[in-house]
Design a protein around this ligand. Sequence first.
Ligand code: NAP
Ligand code: G4F
Length: 334
Amino acid sequence: MAKTALITGILGQDGPYLAKFLLSKGYKVYGMIRRYSNPNFGNLDFLGITDKVEYVDGDMSDESSLYNIVKALRPLEVYNLAAQSFVGRSWDLAKITTEVNALGVLYLLNAIKAYSPMTKFYQASTSEMFGLGNTKGYQDENTTFHPRSPYGISKVYAFWTTVNFRESYGLFTCNGILFNHESPIRGIQFVTRKITDGVAKIKYGLANKLHLGNLDAKRDWGFAGDFVEATHLMLQQKNPDDYVVGTGENHSVREFVELAFKYGGIPNWKKYVVIDPRFKRPAEVPELLAKGDKARKVLGWKPKVSFDELVRMMVEADLKRYKISSKFKIQSSK
Ligand code: NAP
Ligand code: G4F
C-alpha cells in the first residue's frame, strides 16, 4: 500500500503537528474536516502546511460519510484524532460528546473492517480515562479506568472498541493513552493556553484579570509536537498494542501560572488571578502522572521539550500574537 494517511480532527491541535510530521516522512496526508460555514485553517497555517494536505469532507457522527471516505482512500494508516475534546464542556454536551467520541469510533472501525481491513488504525485515547483509578500515584497500561466526566466515559468506550476490533477481527488497531500535551496552537479553552493567552493580554493592557478554576489540579504536561511522533511509532510496530505516553513529571495549574507570568515578565501573578467557581468541574481529576516505561522501551520514544521550555514557548507565541495585533491596532487607528 502507498504511504497514505487519513487524519480526522486535522484542524485541531494535534492534527497539524501529526500532518507536518507525516509529510516530512513522505506520506500523502488526507485531512478530514466537518462541514462548517467557515472552516478555520489557522493551526495548519501556523505550521505552514495548509496547502500540503488534501481535504475530505466527513463527520464522526455521520456513519455514511466515514464509509465513503475509507472506501475511496483505503489509506495505509488512519489516525483518529477527531473528538469533542474539552472535558469542561462535556457535562453540558454529553450526548454529542458520546456520539462523536464513542460511536464515531465504532463507525470508523466498521468502515475499515468493511472496506480496508489492512489499514492500521490509531485511536486518540486519553489519561482522562484513568480519572480516580490512581492508587499508586501514577498511571500505566495496567491502571484501572475510573473516568470522571462524560468525556472520559466516551473515551473508555472508544478504547475498548479499538481493543475489541483487534481481538475480534484481527485488525491492526492501537490506543495511544496520551497525557496532556500542549503547544502554541492549543485550543484557547484549555487551561495552559488560557493562561498564556491571559498573560499576553495582561502584558499588552487588554485585560487585567485572569479567571481560573482549580489551581491545585496536577497534570503531566508535554509538547504536542513530541507526542505525535509516539503515535506514528505505534503504527510502525510489528504488532498492534496500547501505550501510555507522558513525560513522567507533573505540575499543578498554580505552577503553570507562576511560570507563565514569570516568562511574561509580570511580577505578582496573585494580583491578576481570580478563582472563579464557573471554571470548577462537577467532578475533578485531581492528579495525573504517566509511567510510560512501555512506550520508552518498545517504541524508543521520549519527550524532548521540558515543562519549562513548553511554558516559555507558549507564552512567547502569545506575546508575539498580541504584539502584532496591538501594532496593527495602533496603525489602523492612525
Ligand atoms: P482538538 O484541538 O479539540 O481537536 C479536535 C478536532 O476534532 C477538531 O479539529 C474538531 O473539528 C474535530 N471534531 C470534533 N467533532 C467532530 C466531528 N463530529 N466530526 C469530525 N471532526 C470533529 O483536540 P487535540 O488536542 O488536537 O486532541 C486530538 C485528540 O487527542 C482528541 O481526540 C483528544 O480527545 C485526544 N487527546 C488529547 C490530549 C491533549 O492533551 N491534547 C490528550 C489525550 C487525548 P473542528 O476544528 O471542526 O472543531
Ligand atoms: O486544560 P484542561 O481543560 O485539560 P484536561 O481536562 O486535563 O483535558 C485535556 O487533557 C486530557 C488528557 O488528560 C485530554 F484527553 C483532553 O481532551 C484535554 O486535552 O484542564 C486541566 C486542569 C483541570 O484539572 C481543570 O479543572 O486545569 C484545571 N483548570 C483550572 N482552571 C482549568 C481552569 N481548566 C480549564 N480548562 N479552564 C480553567 O479556567
